[in-house]
Design a protein around this ligand. Structure first.
Ligand SMILES: *Cc1c(COP(=O)(O)O)cnc(C)c1O
Length: 569
C-alpha cells in the first residue's frame, strides 16, 4: 500500500508554506513563520482536521551557527538527507521556468502527532536527474535571494505544489497560503478552472476569479510595505513567460510590480492578519480588503517542557487537547508544585548553557531570556543601551541574561547586532552573567522559554506582526516583559501575565530603553526577590501567565477558528 493511501479519501485543506519547522534535525525553517507552520500541522494532527502541508525540501538547510573569537556569526552549511526522514513520492510534475521544463518531485514526511493523529507533509524537490543542473538547485537554499531564483522557488512551491497534489490524487477543499510566497498557486487554479474559448460570450474573461477566491484563504504576516515579496514584470516574464496574460496579472498583482501579497489578497475570500493589531495595520496598508484577525497560537505539547507537562497532566488532565483547561491554573495547580517544575526546567537550561558556552549561571538569580531571529527591528540591543545603568541595577538585585538567535546570512545589520551583543557580554563580565547560545533551533527554544524566569521582547512597533516565543514562555509559567506590539497588545495584563515596556507619550529607542530599565529595577526584580507585594507575588504571576495566556494563545484555538471561519466555505 502506498504510504499516501490513508490521506487520499477525505477532502483536505492544502496548507502552503515556504518554510516549515518539523523537528530540529530538519532545517527547513528560518524562524517564526516556519515554526507557526509546524505548529499548525501539529495542531491539525491533534484535532484530526484533514490537512496536507506543502513546502520546499530545502536540502541545503538554513545554516549552522557558530561564532568566531570576536563574536561574529560563522555560517556553516547544514544540509540534511530527506531519505532519512521521509519517503519519495511516486509522482512528479513539470512546469516551465525560463523556457525550460522543470520537473518537481518530492518527499512525504508523515507528521506524527503525540495524540496519535498524523498529517502528510509534502516537501517539493527539483533535484532530479531529468533537470538542468541549475534547476536542480531551485529547492536547495531556503530564501535563496530576492530575484529570479526566488521567483522560481515560489513558482515551484505554488504551481508545482498544486500540480503535484493533483498528480498524487489528493481531494482538496481549500488552499491556505501561509504568507504570500505561495500566491502563484492561485494563478495555477485560475488556469485550471478557466473556461474554454467556445464557452465564452464576446468580451468575457476565461478566468473565473470568484471561483478561485472561494477556494483560497490567505494569512498575511508582514506589517510593512517593504517587507512584501515583489518581482519586476521583466523578471516575471522571463521566468514565467505567458503563464497568465500580463494584463490580467497586473490587474491582480499590481501595476508596477508583481506584489505577492496583493495577488493573494485579490484571490482569497478569507484573509487574516496574525494578531488584532497586525490586522488593523494590514487594513490601513491595503484599504478596501476585509482583513480578519486570527491571533497566532503555539502548539501546547511541543512548547511545554517535560516537568510542566507532568504538572498539567496531574492537575489539569486533557489540557493538551483542550488547552482552555489551563484557565484554571491559577487555582488548581499548587504553587509549590509549579515552582518545583519551573526549578527543574531552569536547571536544564543552566546545564545547557554550561555545556554549550562554559558560562555558569546561578539558580538563585533570575534569568532574562531573549531569543529570536536577530534582525534590526527586534532590537536585541535595547537592553544594552546604557551599560552603566544596567550594571547599577544588577549591583542591587542580580540578574542574568541568556541570548540566542541567528541572523539571515544576507542581513548585515542582524550580523552586526550579534557581534555587538558579544561585545556587551564581554563588557558586562563580572557584573551581569550572560551567555549567547549558538545555533538557535526548536530544542534550544524550548529550553530557553521554559528555563528563563522572564521572557524579554523589545521589537520596534508595529513591526512585530505577532511574535510567538512569549506564548511559548506562557505555557511554561514564564511571564513576558515586552514592548506592546503584536500579540502582547492582547496578552499583556499588567502585573498579572507580565509587564509592558514603553510609554504612550514618549517613543523612540532611548525612551523605550529607559522604560525597560525602570520596569526591571522598580517592579520585576523587587517582585522576584520578594520585596514587592505579597510573598507569593511571583508564583501568582506565573499562574497568571498560564491561566490567562496559555489557555488562549495556543494553536488549537487558532485552528478551530480557521476551521470554522476560513475553511468553512
Ligand atoms: C518560536 C520561534 C521563533 C519565533 O519567535 P518570535 O518570538 O516570534 O520571534 C523563531 N525561531 C525559533 C527556533 C522558534 O522556536
Amino acid at each position: 500500500m502506498s504510504p499516501l493511501e490513508p490521506y487520499l479519501h477525505t477532502p483536505r485543506v492544502a496548507y502552503f508554506s515556504m518554510e516549515i519547522a518539523l523537528e530540529s534535525a530538519i532545517p527547513t525553517y528560518a524562524g517564526g513563520l516556519g515554526v507557526l507552520a509546524g505548529d499548525t500541522v501539529r495542531a491539525a494532527a491533534d484535532l484530526e482536521l484533514p490537512l496536507v502541508a506543502v513546502s520546499l525540501v530545502s536540502r541545503g538547510g538554513h545554516f549552522r551557527q557558530t561564532f568566531d573569537p570576536a563574536g561574529r556569526q560563522v555560517e556553516q552549511p547544514a544540509p540534511w538527507e530527506p531519505r532519512e526522514h521521509a519517503t519519495p513520492l511516486a509522482a512528479k510534475v513539470a512546469l516551465t521556468l525560463e523556457e525550460r521544463e522543470v520537473w518537481v518531485g518530492g518527499w512525504l514526511y508523515v507528521l506524527q502527532g503525540h495524540l496519535g493523529g498524523t498529517q502528510p507533509v509534502l516537501l517539493l524537490d527539483t533535484d532530479l536527474d531529468e533537470n538542468h543542473p541549475d534547476d536542480r538547485q531551485i529547492t536547495h537554499r531556503l530564501y535563496g535571494d530576492d530575484g529570479p531564483y526566488r521567483l522560481k522557488q515560489e513558482a515551484v512551491l505554488g504551481i508545482g505544489g498544486v500540480r503535484l497534489l493533483q498528480a498524487l490524487g489528493f481531494r482538496l477543499r481549500q488552499y491556505h497560503m501561509n504568507e504570500g510566497h505561495s500566491a502563484l498557486l492561485a494563478l495555477e487554479l485560475l488556469r485550471r478552472h478557466a473556461h474554454r474559448p467556445e464557452e465564452l460570450r464576446p468580451g468575457e474573461s476565461p478566468y473565473d476569479v470568484p471561483m478561485v477566491r472561494g477556494l483560497c484563504c490567505f494569512t498575511t504576516h508582514t506589517p510593512v510595505e517593504a517587507g512584501h515579496d515583489r518581482f519586476s514584470y521583466t523578471v516575471v516574464q522571463r521566468v514565467l513567460d505567458d503563464f497568465i496574460p500580463l494584463a490580467v496579472l497586473k490587474q491582480l498583482a499590481g501595476e508596477d510590480a508583481l506584489n505577492m501579497t496583493r495577488l493573494a489578497l485579490n484571490l482569497s475570500e478569507y484573509v487574516n492578519g496574525v494578531a488584532q493589531r497586525h490586522a488593523e495595520v494590514s487594513r490601513r496598508m491595503f484599504p478596501g480588503y476585509r482583513v480578519h484577525a486570527v491571533t497566532n497560537g503555539v502548539h501546547p505539547h511541543t512548547w511545554t517542557a517535560p516537568p510542566l507537562r507532568a504538572l498539567y497532566d496531574r492537575y489539569l488532565p486533557g489540557w493538551c487537547h483542550e488547552p482552555e483547561l489551563l484557565v484554571r491554573a491559577d487555582c488548581c495547580v499548587p504553587q509549590a508544585a509549579l515552582l518545583q517544575a519551573h526549578t527543574e526546567a531552569k536547571q536544564a537550561l543552566i546545564a545547557l548553557v554550561g555545556a554549550r558556552t562554559g558560562v555558569t549561571l546561578d539558580p538563585a538569580a533570575p534569568i532574562l531570556g531573549f531569543a529570536r531571529r536577530m534582525t534590526a527591528y527586534k532590537r536585541p540591543d535595547l537592553l544594552f543601551s546604557d551599560l552603566e545603568r544596567l550594571k547599577a541595577i544588577a549591583g542591587t538585585r542580580p540578574f542574568q541574561v541568556v541570548l540566542a538567535g541567528k541572523a539571515h546570512p544576507r542581513d548585515e545589520g542582524g550580523k552586526r547586532l550579534i557581534e555587538q551583543l558579544h561585545r556587551q557580554i564581554r563588557r558586562l563580565a563580572g557584573s551581569v552573567s550572560m551567555a549567547y547560545l549558538p545555533d538557535y533551533d526548536l530544542d534550544t527554544a524550548l529550553a530557553m522559554v521554559s528555563g528563563s524566569d522572564v521572557w524579554l521582547n523589545t521589537p520596534l512597533p508595529p513591526l512585530e506582526a505577532s511574535g510567538t516565543s512569549g506564548m511559548k514562555a506562557a505555557f511554561n509559567g514564564v511571564p513576558s516583559l515586552s514592548v506592546l506590539d503584536g500579540w502582547w497588545v492582547e496578552g499583556c495584563i499588567e502585573g498579572v501575565t507580565g509587564w509592558s515596556v514603553g510609554s504612550a507619550t514618549e517613543v523612540g529607542h532611548e525612551a523605550d530603553a529607559r522604560a525597560l530599565y525602570d520596569k526591571l529595577e522598580q517592579v520585576v526584580l523587587p517582585l522576584f526577590y520578594g520585596q514587592l507585594g505579597a510573598a507569593d507575588g511571583w508564583v501568582r504571576l506565573m499562574q497568571g501567565a498560564i491561566a490567562k495566556n496559555a489557555s488562549f494563545f495556543n494553536s488549537h484555538r487558532m485552528m478551530r477558528r480557521y476551521a470554522t471561519e476560513a475553511y468553512s466555505t
